[in-house]
Write a protein that binds this ligand. Structure first.
Ligand SMILES: CCCCCCCCCCCCCCCCC(=O)SCCNC(=O)CCNC(=O)[C@H](O)C(C)(C)COP(=O)(O)OP(=O)(O)OC[C@H]1O[C@@H](n2cnc3c(N)ncnc32)[C@H](O)[C@@H]1OP(=O)(O)O
Ligand code: UBL
Length: 272
């Protein structure tokens, strides 16, 4: 009986091995499929725990979600090397901005997520099955990217409530995933909130995934991700006229850091 199970296990492993050897596309699909499955399953199991412990939608659930997601990296052979965590120790609310490369970012996010911090997400994620449920329970702020007016209204509300509720807000200022090893131009929403609420902006940079993860070439192996939390940029006294400068400053600092962490020649030496 036991030998039977062992043989079945060996056969499945062999099949996976052959499939992966045959095609990087199959390997990629299997690993992304497994990641999605893990997210859906873990969310289904974690949601009742969140409800039992904290009763409903609250940022306190993020601690539970964080603890669960932090185990995911072991399944994919990912390692994080984190620097600058002391920069999160600002008293009270802040806006955290980071680069966004992939759905895998949720692991990097949870690796360093400070307490009392919610993210801004596209509202479509609310309908991603149990994942939608868990991020709803975690207090994530949903925006409608198809309506600038709607999104701006929600962001303005966030600016008001984050000080009252003493929460930090995590925004991906590129507004979408981008796995090219560079940054997309930043949208200004995060910086408007920071100025409206007069709270600091804390930039966070993850090194480029391209050496181990690339959806275009179907590459997905194990790898190391360097993460750096940069010093807070103060916004006290700034007005809406300063938002463009603040955005540019943050963009350039983060881009330089991204290139440095990814071992890529800096702007001036770059040809493409
Ligand atoms: C237990 C198991 C668990 C399993 C796994 C799950 C765990 C995960 C938990 C955590 C979940 C995290 C989920 C993360 C998801 C990430 C995303 O979804 S990223 C996509 C969504 N986010 C964003 O888009 C944020 C960045 N975007 C912006 O900030 C945008 O500016 C915008 C507010 C969305 C508006 O965008 P758009 O409509 O494109 O308009 P713009 O061109 O940017 O702006 C037009 C104009 O308006 C000005 N402006 C913008 N915002 C404001 C504002 N708040 N107040 C005033 N004015 C504003 C802007 O400056 C422009 O004017 P200008 O004159 O051109 O400057
Ligand atoms: C009943 C419905 C079932 C739906 C099943 C959905 C399956 C998806 C399940 C798990 C996938 C893992 C999701 C982890 C959360 C990822 C958040 C994320 O990275 O969103 C992308 C968003 O930032 C930007 O979106 P775009 O790049 O603009 O696009």
């Amino acid at each position: 009986m036991e030998l039977g199970w062992l043989l079945w296990g060996a056969a499945v492993l062999l099949l996976l091995h052959v499939l992966m050897g045959l095609s990087p596309a199959v390997n990629f699909a299997l690993r992304i499929g497994f990641y999605s499955f893990l997210c859906l399953l873990a969310s289904a199991l974690t949601a009742p725990v969140c409800l039992l412990v904290n009763g409903g939608r609250t940022v306190k659930n993020m601690r539970i979600i964080r603890a669960v997601v932090r185990t995911f990296k072991y399944f994919f052979g990912l390692r994080f090397e984190v620097k600058g965590l002391e920069n999160f120790k600002v008293e009270g609310p802040a806006i955290i901005v980071s680069n966004h490369q992939s759905i895998l970012d949720m692991m990097g996010l949870m690796e360093i997520l400070p307490d009392n911090c919610v993210q801004v997400a596209k509202k479509e994620l609310m309908y991603a099955g149990t994942v939608g449920l868990i991020i709803y329970l975690g207090g994530v702020i949903f925006i409608n990217r198809k309506s600038t007016t709607d999104a701006k209204m929600v962001m303005a509300e966030v600016a008001k409530s984050m000080t009252a509720d003493n929460v930090k807000v995590w925004v991906y200022p590129e507004g979408t995933r981008n796995c090219t090893g560079d940054l997309l131009p930043f949208k200004k929403g995060a910086f408007h909130i920071a100025v409206q609420a007069q709270v600091p902006v804390i930039p966070v940079v993850y090194s480029s995934f391209t050496s181990f993860y690339n959806p275009k070439t179907k590459l997905f192996t194990s790898g190391k991700i360097k993460v750096e939390v940069l010093p807070p940029i103060e916004t006290k006294g700034l007005t809406s006229d300063d938002v463009s400068d603040l955005t540019d400053r943050c963009f350039h600092t983060m881009r330089e850091t991204l290139f440095r962490l990814s071992g890529r020649p800096s702007e001036s030496k770059k040809s493409s």
